[in-house]
Design a protein around this ligand. Structure first.
Ligand SMILES: *Cc1c(COP(=O)(O)O)cnc(C)c1O
Length: 430
């Protein structure tokens, strides 16, 4: 079984992309721990290298275990193809690479995972790329930031660190009008809670490190292509529309149609950038996807219960969870992520920086780590860790003010998590 709209999400998360192993009948997808794959004969090898036939050559490009995960995530997201890579940050570079060139820019939301802010504000400059940061709740500002050198718009569906919801329909309409793709990082939402392609996204990226794997074991990333963007409509995307010298003048869009971006990602991106996912990592992530919907339902149920409990607690100033009626993003939940606002939010502790540090130290079930989307509950005080190099003002703008902690609510017993927060808040207040 491969895909097909006739199957529901719970069926596809287990079966999409997988079939019994043709050699052994193995029901679970084997870990094809092999670097290279034998050509049938010289003609077969030539056809593979000319991209005339699809098959396995070398695991930097393609691997059968990784291919199952690619097909599974593409199916769950409603895309036509996907390319897995070594991490979420690799996926972001892989998504931008065919679109960008020195002197070009990407318009990005100010509400992003901290590491993405650094990648976009600092590191991509080394490639001659530029990122323009804009508040994506201000649609006029997003429009105004796009110019003739802009090649993509980038945001998160459920955005870090506060679990804010982006109005993807409004943002994709702006990208469409400018004839550029919208790239959505769907890590925090997962395709179970939000399907960005249905809201107009061209590309979806994930850190599979998080909820898709769901157990904090391996890093990975994926770029999913909707297959809907016309790369040849203008001359903005020559990597996909113009002749490619490394493949005898082949034009990716003309040759591969809706799969142009996916084929480019493998034949150029993985071939030359080498940000490959290994088959072990694909195996762990495939195991994770099988239970994605069950876990996400519990993450959402627990997050809402805990956010409501925190909001009524006197030791807490405010809670940012979009699933709370008090959230300015509450109305967007039904539209963008109808199955719930995810498991990520921030809350402000009365007593500020020092109280947050005491809270984090006193928690017993919650782990103090720089990660999210694990089965276990996680907490981080950004101001003393990931954001400690920033001024208090910059921390506030990033949603990581000194008095704020970010939690990633796990799938443990909600009552145990509340009891843990209760005892730690008492210690923080003393
Ligand atoms: C973790 C994360 C990333 C980066 O992914 P890595 O796998 O750590 O490289 C990007 N975006 C979001 C929303 C994340 O949570």
């Amino acid at each position: 079984m491969t895909d097909g709209p006739k199957y529901g999400f719970d069926t596809l998360q287990i079966h999409a992309g997988a079939r019994p192993d043709p050699a052994t009948g193995a029901r679970q997808t084997p870990i094809y721990q092999s670097t290279a794959f034998v050509f049938r004969d010289a003609e077969h090898a030539a056809a593979l290298f000319n991209l005339q036939e699809v098959g396995y050559i070398y695991s930097r490009l393609t691997n059968p275990t990784v291919a199952v995960l690619q097909e599974r995530v593409a199916t769950l997201e409603g895309g036509v193809g996907a390319v897995c890579c070594s991490s979420g940050h690799a996926a972001q570079i892989m998504a931008l690479f065919p679109l960008m060139a020195p002197g070009l820019n990407v318009v990005v939301s100010t509400r992003l995972y901290g590491g993405t802010v650094t990648q976009f504000s600092q590191t991509i400059k080394r490639f001659g790329w530029e990122a323009t940061f804009v508040d994506f709740d201000d649609l006029d500002a997003v429009k105004a930031a796009i110019n003739d050198k802009t090649r993509a718009v980038f945001c998160e569906a459920i955005a870090n660190p506060g679990g804010y919801i982006t109005d993807l329909d409004a943002i994709s309409a702006i990208a469409d009008a400018a004839e550029i793709p919208l790239i959505v990082d769907n890590t925090s939402a997962t395709p179970y809670l939000c399907r960005p392609i249905e809201h107009g996204a061209t590309l979806v990226v994930h850190s599979t490190t998080k909820y898709l794997t769901g157990n904090g074991t391996v890093t990975g990333g994926v770029v999913v292509d909707s297959g809907t963007f016309d790369w040849s409509a203008n001359d903005k995307f020559p990597s996909l529309s113009a002749p490619e010298p490394a493949y005898h003048g082949l034009k990716f869009h003309e040759t591969f149609g809706p799969l142009a971006f996916t084929f480019h990602g493998i034949a150029i991106g993985l071939r030359d950038l080498g940000m490959t996912m290994n088959p072990q990592a694909a195996h762990y992530t495939l195991m994770g996807t099988e239970t994605l919907s069950l876990r996400m339902d519990r993450h959402v149920e627990n997050a809402l219960k805990i956010a409501e409990w925190l909001e009524q607690d006197d030791r807490v100033d405010y809670v940012t969870y979009a699933g709370l009626k008090s959230s300015p993003y509450y109305d967007r939940v039904a539209k963008i992520c109808p199955r719930g606002a995810g498991g990520l939010f921030t809350f402000a502790v009365k007593g500020g920086y020092d109280a947050c540090v005491k809270l984090v130290n006193a928690l017993e079930i919650f782990s103090h780590v720089a990660n999210l989307g694990d089965a276990r509950s996680l907490i981080i005080h950004s101001a003393s860790t990931t954001h400690r190099q920033l001024t208090a003002e910059q921390q506030r703008a990033a949603g990581a003010a000194p008095e704020v902690v970010r939690v990633s609510i796990g799938i443990e017993d909600a009552d145990d998590l509340i009891a843990d927060l209760d005892q730690a808040l008492s210690k923080a207040a003393s």
